[in-house]
Design a protein around this ligand. Sequence first.
Ligand code: ADP
Ligand code: MG
Length: 609
Amino acid sequence: MTTETLEFQAEARQLLQLMVHSIYSNKEIFLRELISNASDALDKRRLAALTDESLRAEDPHVAIEADKEARTLTVRDNGIGMSRDDVVGLIGTIAKSGTAEALRKLRENKESAELIGQFGVGFYSVFMVADKVTLHTRKAGEAAGVRWESDGDGTYTIEAADDVPEGTSVTVHLRPADEEDALHDFADEWKIREIVKRYSDFISFPIRMGDDTLNSMKALWARPRSEVKDEEYREFYQHISHDWTEPLDIIQMRAEGTFEYEALLFIPARAPHDLFQRDARHGIQLYVRRVFILDDSRDLLPGYLRFVKGVVDAADLSLNISREILQQDRHIQLIRRRLTKKILSTIKDLMRKDSDKYRTFWREFGPAVKEGLLDGADDQKAILDIASFASTVGDEPTSLADYVARMKEGQDKIYFMTGESRAQVVNSPHMEAFKAKEYEVLLLTDPVDEIWVEAVREYEGKEFQSVARGAVDLPSEEEPSEEKSGAYAAVLTWLNETLDEVQDVRLTTRLTSSPACLVSDADGLTPTLEKMYRAMGQEVPPVKRILELNPEHPLVSGMKSAYEQRAADPDLAETAELLYGTALLAEGGDLADPARFARLLADRLSRTV
Ligand code: ADP
Ligand code: MG
């Protein structure tokens, strides 16, 4: 094979550019990334050797060599190695989804360079400190070695190489040290020791420099909490999460007896950028007796807790366990129940003991946790217990328990309204009577709120009731009087026939100052839900709603008299259209034909000026 010069894939090139020109002050993390790749490669080789003994590595380890004269630093492992195609596919491209999004954020946030760490940009971080990088690798069990080289400017060379041992070595040609630019002397032995200790101490393979082993290899989760320094936890957290903020809380668990496991979990203090992406990474790594098995495990925690990071080390699983088997494993399901319970109860404790932390938690992760309300009854109660919601009372979100405690004499429902923003919901005409009579209403504006309110019936025996749905039945509230309904019967029937867009027209006590509003059927789709289904590409038949009129409003009573006097007047039909349009606008809805509405309104106004 001759030397080929290839281009990095477009995204990879952009990322490289960012690295080369990085102002990130934490440049030393490149070493953590290289060691973590080496450790991953050793893990992979160990797993591969379970099914093919010939792949077993003699003395698996990571070796670091520094040459102060040549200003190079080499990180070598005898792990799984890479074939030529692996190198092109894994190093030449960024396969990870969400990277484009990450890049956009990085560029937008030039000042917050610590984001680099959060995205786990991995191998490319080496170009923060390197002029040139040379990589030699040979895949375990294969004969041919590969040499790869790049100076980070958009292309790399790749060629066959002889005498490459199994595994990978990465040689970093260091840029001149420049303390002002946080370019420390990374060829300095003491600097290297310091960095390895800081970031890679718990790596389970020895990291050697000459005859010295630099890391302790102690599994943090296996040590009693009292013996572990906060700092160690923090560093471990940063290692597994790539998040540079401190975790909000730490949970350590140990189960003994028939099925033993240890768990060390971290609740982050801020949501990752991909929390709501379909392929968002899950945060739990599975070990079996200190041996890394897999990360991104989706079976150890329900999806709505995907942001929790940590390690589960189970004693009695097979090292060969696959993701498919995990799903069905009875023990894994048991662990999942226990971890879930423990996390939810930890949040409940936070709610009581540290309301600041709790509020941060709920602000960052509430929208994800609420997804759990859709998973069936299992965790519903526990999630509702730790949930909080914006409400018409107070500025801070309220728990349901507090809402219930504040319920008015005779009130037996938890009132809520869903919508796209607080302002839209608060000012919606549906709220008028509730405001006037001082009933507290929960303001639900996360997309998931639209869905869980369909799935959850009640909390502590109190039913959830949308204020924009069905008829209002405020306690002590009377239906519009028989007498009134009778007097309005004719105009209501006429309106119903005139307005195609609605399924019914009726009087209401829901309104105090607006003339009209639109409500959904007790079991009909809300407009936001309708929109969401459409956005997801689902066919939804047009949903007709009910137009409710406030008989105390002069426009409504005036319309009734006008209808009685001159039913055939074409102006009247236009008034009906305007009335309907106003109701739609008031709740933040979209008119089907805004131009027509504007023209009708302008005509009408021009007659009154
Ligand atoms: P990540 O480690 O998050 O996957 P990196 O950018 O650090 O991302 O590495 C990209 C990929 O390159 C790795 O997933 C791995 O497949 C491959 N790789 C990197 N370093 C090594 C190594 N020392 N040995 C084998 N494969 C490696
Ligand atoms: Mg990596």
